[in-house]
Design a protein around this ligand. Structure first.
Ligand SMILES: Nc1ncnc2c1ncn2[C@@H]1O[C@H](COP(=O)(O)OP(=O)(O)OP(=O)(O)O)[C@@H](O)[C@H]1O
Length: 878
């Protein structure tokens, strides 16, 4: 027994040391470049193939081949990726989400290239370098870890590397060549990938799919180490490797046997799942979504007609062509699920293939249980939707790269523990097509009908309030929450709907092929689908209709791997290119605002916005709803939200503004707020504030005094460590930002926070959607802020600061708040705009609105504030 334990421990150490190498490579690359390199496993696979090519095919001696592979080919591959893909991205200031898409593209590209070059079949003749002595492998890992630690701790290179890691921009300003470190990081990462591939290939199947996926699983160790600590990564890798090996000793009887076997074979998958879903995340808030694609115009009817014509074309053919074509609508529905969750909601969902697989599996199981095929499919869709809801729950709590990893981990886990297991699929009869749609042609018609229904559903969703809110969430989550959007609920909806759609597509796919094939839904295919949708335009309904036939045509007509190569090539370029579907659609029309009395901030600029430079016309700020300027509330008459909206006293009568009511009781107050930022800065030290109703209160103070933190605590964006926030006497300290917005507490941000993919009017409408009579509230807010002219139709991207501030203010007012929190509203405004703003604030306060303004502009404060409080060092003066 002791010798068995020893033998298994040795085997576990061998696997663990290969995993440790992966962890070291991923962490070094991530620290030097900020990129989570999903393609690490694909690099390992390519190096393993090159090594085998040199030794087995060309007959090179073992060691020269190993040295050439690890010291020439691998670093060259890393440097090539750096120069061709990631350096241009880093220079364009691209965020981690886009870099992740690019690394997905590299993954898909390398897998496709390997299939093209070496074929899809597995090789069992990969040469063995270090024998099966794990101590040698361990020694290699220890040597690499020590080398990395020594270089980063004790050399100038290491010091500069740490400077780049801490703050790339500052390091560059200090004269550090950040590109050099990124290149070194990519080259080193590729070397470790190569070593992993060369070491692992003899013991696992060397095929283009297996090894990359295996390395994706062992990413768990880097996540456990939070992409930082090499010793933690190495320790975790060895521990998981040894535990996994020891688990093979257990052979429980009965139902648990296959489960224990599956766990024993996939412990790294479980570790990845736990690390991605439970451990503190890597990456940061706001970095987890794909930025919006450039706004494109409506798809011309001719393009839709062309797409419809192409989809109808297979009805005119027969035989094998039609047999291939029946997969197109089903795949299009699966891809449509990505349009919802990734395109509209901006969430990086890398595990969508799993839900398609579950849809197919449930359909097959329910059919086998005796349900008619259509009923089985109809039941499989909500069942998978529920599975999507369950898995999305923990996943969406993640931010940053952890969210992407969490979705990938869920996909891999479903594939390994459900789809690929005999206990789920053994003896499953192929799912039958529903009568009378049993022939290919009839079944294709049924699929087209369901595809049309799915497209209409998603189109309706995107057009309405939910679609607007999802886009807002994608564009700027804190601003969306401040506008009343319930972020968590909405993300859950997006993931659930996407899972259900993927299930519909997956079930149809299984019926189309009349087989349940787990490999049709493996995680690598999910990455290909993701890359295809992002490449062609994630937020466009046309994308699935183009991507599905393209992928299937390349798969069937082209050589194996062609689709992956093409999509991979495009995806590595995508972050710098507009999505391809936008080439089919004209840019949105940019109306030219007319100048006149309604444009006190000057004539329209080339982009249709009003420039922030011209002073307003003298006299009262009233304008007649032109392209710019601000008008008094009386002209855009509508009563600010009364106490009834907050569930309190009855609403004000009629449509008359309540007028000044300085005597009214304060509604929002804070008591004894303490807040410490991560990193230890105590920004608030027992702050208490009462906001007198229908007055402007100003908080002034030096930079870093804690004003914005106070704001965040009042608005619900941060939760104080101690103290309370009260609204109408009720403790709302634990209430999230969107709930406070819905109860009439609106805010703006220090840096204008708008939703660039939405028009000015849609931006404002997001704020009004939770208010009574949203259309009227939007109109009123647009009028008040001088945005009721043609400028309302412009995309909110690239507008001048003055206009952006007005858009933000309009969005806040559109929710008909009783309390408005303005964080430096005059920052970036010219004198005229500031003057107009102060008149509007005074008028709003006179109209009954309670305003708290944090401002450095003394003139504005003097003009509008009845009470001025000074803040310094986290304390609020009298
Ligand atoms: N996210 C953060 N993480 C760590 N420390 C932070 C963070 N945000 C702010 N701080 C620190 O908290 C303190 C208060 O910052 P805060 O932004 O609230 O001040 P402020 O008065 O609004 O300053 P400013 O006028 O420059 O915006 C500062 O020392 C700041 O460096």
């Amino acid at each position: 027994m002791a010798s068995l334990t020893y033998e298994l421990t040795l085997a576990g150490l061998a696997v663990g040391s290969a995993a440790a190498l992966t962890g070291i490579g991923l962490i070094v690359t991530h620290r030097a470049t900020g990129v989570l390199n999903l393609a690490h496993g694909a690099e390992a696979m390519v190096c393993a193939y090159v090594f085998r090519q040199l030794v087995v095919v060309w007959g090179w001696p073992l060691w020269p081949a190993a040295l050439v592979t690890l010291l020439a080919v691998a670093p060259a591959l890393g440097l090539l990726l750096d120069r061709a893909v990631f350096r241009p991205l880093a220079r364009s200031g691209t965020d981690p989400a886009r870099a992740l898409v690019a690394s997905t593209g590299v993954f898909v590209l390398l897998v496709g290239a390997a299939v093209l070059l070496w074929g899809p079949g597995a090789r069992d003749d990969a040469p063995v370098v270090l024998g099966d002595d794990p101590w040698l492998q361990l020694a290699a890992v220890a040597a690499v870890a020590c080398l990395v630690t020594a270089v980063t701790r004790w050399t100038r290179f290491g010091r500069e590397l740490r400077a780049v890691v801490d703050n790339r921009r500052l390091a560059v300003l200090a004269g550090v060549d950040a590109d050099r470190f990124a290149a070194a990081g990519w080259a080193f990462g590729a070397c470790t990938a190569g070593l992993t591939g060369v070491l692992l290939a003899p013991y696992v199947r060397l095929d283009p799919y297996g090894l990359p996926l295996l390395v994706v699983e062992v990413m768990a160790v880097a996540v456990i180490a939070r992409m930082r600590s090499l010793p933690v990564a190495v320790g975790a890798a060895l521990l998981i490797g040894v535990t996994q090996a020891q688990l093979t000793r257990f052979h429980p009887e009965g139902w648990a046997e296959p489960l224990v076997r599956a766990v024993g074979a996939n412990l790294f998958v479980i570790a990845l799942l736990v690390a991605a879903l439970v451990l503190p995340g890597i990456g940061g808030r706001g970095h987890d979504v794909l930025p919006p694609a450039p706004r494109a115009g409506r798809t011309p009817p001719a393009v839709w007609a062309l797409a419809a014509g192409c989809l109808l074309l297979p009805l005119a053919v027969a035989g094998p062509d039609l047999r291939t074509a029946v997969r197109v609508p089903a795949l299009a529905i699966v891809l449509l699920s990505l349009v919802v969750v990734t395109g509209r909601a901006g969430q990086i969902a890398l595990g969508q293939a799993a839900y398609a697989g579950l849809g197919a599996l449930f359909t097959a199981l329910l059919s086998a249980a005796g349900l008619p095929p259509l009923a089985a499919l109809a039941l499989a869709v909500p069942l998978t939707g529920a599975a999507g809801l369950l898995t999305a729950g923990p996943a969406i709590r993640r931010h940053g790269l952890a969210l992407a990893l969490a979705t990938l981990a869920v996909g891999v886990a479903v594939s390994r523990f459900v789809l690929a297991q005999p206990y789920a699929t053994a003896g499953l009869p192929p799912p039958a097509r529903p009568a009378p749609f049993t022939t290919d042609r009839a079944y294709y018609v049924l699929e087209l009908l369901l595809l049309t229904a799915a497209l209409l559903l998603v189109a309706g969703l995107r057009r309405g309030r939910t679609g607007r809110a999802l886009a807002a969430l994608r564009d700027h989550e804190p601003a969306a929450e401040a506008a009343g959007v319930a972020a968590t609920r909405l993300k859950l909806l997006a993931f659930t709907l996407a899972a259900a759609l993927a299930a519909l597509g997956g079930g149809l796919l299984a019926m189309a092929t009349e087989a349940f094939d787990p490999t049709a839904y493996d995680p690598l295919r999910g990455l290909l689908w993701f890359a295809a949708v992002v490449t062609l335009g994630a937020d466009r309904l046309l994308t699935p209709l183009l991507a599905a036939p393209l992928l299937l045509a390349l798969d069937t007509a082209g050589p194996a791997g062609a689709a992956a190569v093409l999509i991979g090539l495009l995806a590595t370029r995508t972050p710098r290119l507009p999505p391809l579907t936008t080439l089919l659609t004209p840019p949105p029309a940019r109306p030219r605002p007319t100048e006149g009395r309604g444009a006190p901030h000057g004539p329209p600029t080339a982009d249709g916005a009003t420039p922030p430079t011209r002073r307003p016309a003298p006299g009262p700020p009233a304008v007649t709803g032109g392209a710019g300027g601000l008008i008094t509330p009386a002209e855009g008459r509508d009563t600010p939200r009364g106490p009834s909206a907050a569930g309190g006293a009855p609403p004000p009568t009629g449509g008359t503004a309540p007028g000044p009511r300085a005597h009214a009781p304060a509604r929002l107050r804070a008591e004894g707020l303490w807040f410490a930022h991560r990193g230890g800065v105590t920004a608030l030290r027992g702050v208490g504030i009462v906001l007198p109703a229908a007055q402007v209160t100003a908080v002034v103070g030096p930079n870093g005094a804690g004003k914005s933190t106070l704001f965040d605590c009042l608005a619900g964006a941060r939760r104080p460590r101690r103290g309370r926030v009260l609204l109408d006497g009720e403790d709302i300290t634990g209430r999230p930002a969107h709930a406070r917005a819905r109860r009439g507490v609106a805010r703006t941000f220090q840096r204008p926070a708008v939703f660039p993919s939405l028009s000015v009017e849609e931006n404002v409408r997001v704020g009004a959607d939770h208010a009574p009579r949203p259309a009227a509230a939007t109109e009123r807010a647009l009028l008040l802020t001088g945005l009721a002219g043609p400028v309302r139709a412009l995309p909110a991207a690239d507008l001048p600061t003055g206009v952006l501030r007005r858009v933000e203010l309009a969005r806040a007012l559109a929710g008909r708040p009783h309390t408005l929190l303005l964080d430096e509203p005059a920052a970036g405004l010219d004198a005229g705009e500031t003057e107009a703003l102060s008149r509007l604030l005074a008028a709003l306060a006179a109209d009954g609105l309670t305003v708290l303004v944090v401002e450095h502009d003394r003139d504005l404060v003097a003009a509008v504030a009845r009470t001025v409080r000074t803040m310094e060092g986290g304390r609020l003066g009298p």
